[in-house]
Design a binder for this molecule. Structure first.
Ligand code: PAN
Ligand code: ZN
Length: 178
């Protein structure tokens, strides 16, 4: 195994991931405005994360891919939880396939940016980040971030959550602010 190679573009796959996990609706139910009972019982997989975390210690980079499946919970398209980084370390997201949006939040300020195949998103460390799949196919992106940055999921909740909602609107989407 060549331990320096982490990604194969032809397969759009991480090589030898060190960790794989899935997130189901039950893990994110508090993030959605309306969770229909039937869907809650079905408990679909919303996204899957594969990580290549070679050293798991200070100073190292982590590479991961996230695949967000296509679908809605109530009227809201599937999205990642979103988080701030615990420390001042930025991140790069690279969209490999699919059609989506990035939602960025810095305290009361929120921004929506296009995030579809070919987009590279530079996420400044001050901004919480969430990706939403607004397409009919899975949206897959690569992220490159530091071990040192860490994760802070609680701060978004303390701030009252993302105020921007990405809703299904006929065949497309609409952006609403609460
Ligand atoms: C990403 C995310 C991944 C899943 O690797 O952790 O896409 O999203 P949530 O962590 O918000 O559920 C990243 O931003 N790392 O820092
Ligand atoms: Zn992050």
């Amino acid at each position: 195994m060549n331990s320096h190679t982490v990604f194969n573009f032809e397969l759009t796959e991480l090589q030898n991931p060190t960790d794989i996990y899935i997130k189901r609706l039950s893990d994110l139910k508090d993030y959605y405005e309306d969770v229909p009972k039937e869907l809650s019982a079905e408990n679909p997989i919303l996204y899957m994360v594969e990580k290549f975390d070679k050293n798991n210690s200070k100073g190292h980079l982590i590479v991961s891919t996230t695949t967000i499946y296509s679908g809605v919970v109530g009227n809201e398209y599937y999205f990642t939880s979103g988080h701030y980084h615990a420390e001042k370390f930025s991140e790069i997201y690279f969209c490999l396939s699919g059609t989506g949006l990035g939602l960025l939040k810095n305290k009361d300020e929120e921004e929506v940016v296009n995030f579809s195949e070919g987009t590279i998103l530079h996420i400044d460390y001050e901004w919480a980040h969430r990706i939403i799949n607004v397409g009919k196919t899975p949206l897959k992106f690569m992220s490159v971030y530091t071990f040192d940055g860490g994760f802070n999921y609680g701060r978004i909740i303390e701030e009252g959550g993302f105020k921007t909602k990405i809703l299904k609107d006929n065949d497309g989407f609409s952006v609403e602010r609460r």
